[in-house]
Design a binder for this molecule. Sequence first.
Ligand code: PRP
Length: 206
Amino acid sequence: MSKLRIALTKGRVEKDIVKLLSRAGLDMTPLIEKGRKLIIQAGDYEFVLAKAPDVITYVEHGVCDAGIVGKDTIMENGGSFYEVLDFKTGVCSFCVAGLPDTQLYSDYRQIKIASKYPNVAKRYFNERNLDVDIIKIEGSVELAPLLELSDAIVDIVETGSTLKENGLVVLERMYDISARLIVNTVSMKLKKDEVTELTSLVKTAL
Ligand code: PRP
């Protein structure tokens, strides 16, 4: 019987967490050799591999005790759960980006912003009392200013190479983000010791 069932974001977060938990002494081989399996037992934990917004859904509904997900998804989706730990991996930032000569606030017109993260973008500009038209894009957001769909984008910048290779630059740095441990509100009470054990384990590897 697993101590905790943990929803883990597939892809970049998964790779970083596998490395980190291996460093913490957990045998993560079953995850490294998982093939196309989605539920994997590793040591005392059962990992459920899911897309980032679904990690939040599984934790909120209590079918997973905990989740490992980027702060970007937490900021965009919100939800009711506890955010208990910053893994300090997958560190990147939300930025406003655009063509180098972009003058976002040059005149009194509505700014057009394209983003995969419309809520984050809206919050940022609203906090600055700026009138923005947010256009939701599903991916490759860098295209929007290049095709003149928007004045700028709000997106995640990690190495900066996607912006650079498409002739775009960071106009404003918004928020720093990294992978976080979130815990279901009921599991936090019923499995407090197990959650503490996991966070202590992670802290040794940080
Ligand atoms: C993310 C993000 C940028 C890119 C940034 O996209 O939206 O496009 O990574 O990384 P970099 O600064 O290291 O170049 P992702 O790879 O998730 O694909 P997508 O654009 O199709 O969503």
